[in-house]
Design a protein around this ligand. Structure first.
Ligand code: DHE
Length: 545
């Protein structure tokens, strides 16, 4: 099936929070541990375990590991589990050789002590990290270059801690810009002028596309770990505000858009949606900007709540809290941009938020671990407007009706399930100008699948899919190449794929002609180190997908 070590690595990527600044919390009822050991164990935990179990071990993809639970299990049980893993997805850290027998023993003892918390990160820390590199009054008042910036792509160069700005018209790299560690996503201001890039380490870099050579104009660190950033898009607030969500500390911050000056920090700690137990570490996942109200829509992963944060009055912040389902992750708009469809991934549900009436529209059951990215919208020949998601846990592509006005019988129902190449899919994409639906299988253990994509003809979905060997087309030679994240150009006649290879190997971007499905161009360059996400300016500004 779709589960494999690559999937575990994906969900359990190292936490950036280091063992520095962490206080030792010793529990007298737990087996002895020295100060040096404690520090080593904390570091191992953040690197190997926190992604799934949470920094405070309250559980997410992985089981909770709080001392009440771990002490009841005891050292021998924990050692066996760490050594050999479990069918539920726990990796075999010992028998794989990733941890030495001494480290396995250390971790079994460490887990019976209280979890140390990484430091908080509030306004003083944010202000100390905030830098305006080019003040607003020294920036261009109109575009200083002749580029068609509408068709630029901001490309994440994951392991380089950089982004590449690529001109979609000429396929030239315009600039490679140093950013936060392992940039996660880029989003655009409403005008398309500013690129906001956020690193896993919580660093945001603001890039001005109006400069002769687009460059960074401001930076800030909003936490120790983060994944999401977005900008205000409602009429009257265009280019005014930005928001970023953190994994640690669990909070979001609203900033001045053109300078990144932090204005308001809001914690997401609180009770979970179902059992209403306190959760100390509800991470902020996807954030989108409403087109219906001056709201940011914030997914809080572990509590399973969606927050509609009204940014029209930051001194009297009005937050509407919606009950969705636990482990909210990524998602995107339906074609009308009224409904936000988002995955509650470990709950195997898609939550639908009505951004106009500020309420939940539906909670839809789907198959194992939906992972839409922002999803894909198209008019289904039989069912009308649909939004689709692929999945990490199986080969299904699930299509959901999104038109309660003209197709009420299909709205918020799974209208069709397509059979894709396999599990381990991360992203799915189409474009209003296209009749193709692209589905990657990046994390599938079979290299044939992880190195190719499936493409469906929207008008003949039952005809099945065609497979395009994208990685082979890139002709890169050695390496664990993975094809990830289809992204269209502005016109919707090309689709771009990253061929994500090892850090010391050659990677590339492969551009496919959407009509003919033939190779159009391979962008190969020494500077393109581990490309993953690509964000086309036009499509990201207008939420076209
Ligand atoms: Fe992502 C989006 C979290 C691993 C590439 N990723 C997101 C979002 C979240 C998230 C919350 C939605 C942001 C938004 O819309 O505001 N990602 C996480 C994780 O927690 C996880 C599982 C593990 C981790 O520790 O980071 C993870 N993600 C990855 C990867 O390994 C990927 C494939 C490669 C990489 O660059 O790290 C990856 N994530 C992406 C991309 C998007 C994304 C390309 C944006 C897709 C889009 O089209 O909008």
């Amino acid at each position: 099936p779709g589960t494999s070590r690559s999937l575990e690595n994906y969900q359990g990527a190292p936490s950036v929070a280091g063992s520095e600044g962490v206080d030792m919390v010793v529990n007298p009822d737990a087996p002895p541990i020295s100060k040096v050991e404690y520090k080593e164990a904390t570091q191992i935990f953040f690197e190997r375990c926190a992604g799934c179990h949470g920094v405070l071990r309250k559980g997410a993809t992985g089981k909770p590991l709080t001392p009440d639970i771990t002490r009841a299990k005891g050292t021998d049980y924990l050692k066996a589990l760490i050594n050999f893993g479990s069918p539920g997805g726990m990796p075999n850290w010992g028998s794989s050789g990733d941890l030495t027998p001494a480290q396995v023993d250390l971790m079994a003892r460490f887990l019976q002590h209280d979890p140390p918390a990484p430091p908080e990160w509030g306004m003083p820390e944010m202000m100390a990290s905030w830098k305006v590199i080019v003040p607003v009054d020294q920036r261009p008042t109109k575009k200083q270059n002749n580029y068609n910036i509408d068709n630029f792509f901001a490309v994440t160069l994951r392991d380089a801690g950089e982004i590449a700005l690529i001109d979609g018209d000429t396929k030239q790299i315009i600039n490679v810009i140093k950013t936060g560690y392992a940039v996660h996503i880029s989003r655009l201001s409403h005008s398309g002028r500013y690129v906001y890039t956020i690193g896993r380490d919580g660093k945001i870099d603001l890039i001005d596309l109006w400069m002769k050579k687009p460059e960074r104009v401001a930076e800030i660190k909003i936490g120790l770990e983060a994944r999401s950033v977005e900008t205000s898009k409602f009429k009257g607030f265009e280019d005014k505000l930005a928001i970023a969500g953190a994994y640690w500390p669990p909070q979001f911050v609203i900033m001045d858009g053109p300078t990144l000056k932090p204005i308001k920090i809001v914690s997401t700690r609180g009770p979970t949606v179902d059992t209403q137990e306190y959760h100390p570490e509800p991470r902020v996942a996807a954030i989108v900007a409403s087109h219906e109200h001056p709201d940011f829509i914030v997914n809080v992963k572990e509590t399973g709540r969606v927050l509609l944060v009204d940014y029209s009055d930051l001194e009297a912040l009005n937050i509407t809290t919606l009950d969705a389902a636990r482990f909210l992750h990524d998602g995107g708009w339906d074609v009308s941009k009224r409904y936000f469809l988002t995955a509650a991934n470990q709950s195997d549900k898609i939550a639908v938020v009505d951004s106009r009436d500020r309420k939940m529209a539906a909670l839809i059951d789907v198959d194992k671990i939906p992972h839409p990215g922002r999803g894909a919208n198209f008019v289904h020949p039989q069912f009308g407007p649909v939004w689709g998601t692929s999945a990490l846990g199986n080969e299904k592509v699930t299509l959901i009706g999104t038109d309660p006005e003209d197709h009420p019988q299909n709205a918020w129902k799974v209208v069709e399930v397509l059979k894709g190449q396999g599990g381990g899919s991360l992203f799915i994409k189409t474009h209003p100008k296209s009749r193709n639906l692209w589905v990657d299988t990046t994390l599938n253990p079979d290299p044939k699948l992880s190195q190719s994509v499936a493409v469906f003809d929207i008008d003949h979905l039952d005809a099945g899919y065609q497979v395009l060997p994208i990685a082979e087309w890139a002709k890169l030679g050695e390496g664990p190449k993975r094809v990830v994240q289809p992204e269209y150009n502005a016109r919707g006649d090309e689709v771009w794929f990253s061929v994500w290879n090892g850090k010391d190997q050659n990677s590339a971007i492969v551009v496919v002609d959407d009509k003919t499905r033939k190779l159009k161009k391979v962008i190969r360059d020494k500077r393109l180190v581990t490309p993953t996400g690509k964000f086309n300016v036009h499509n990201t500004v207008d939420d076209v997908y």
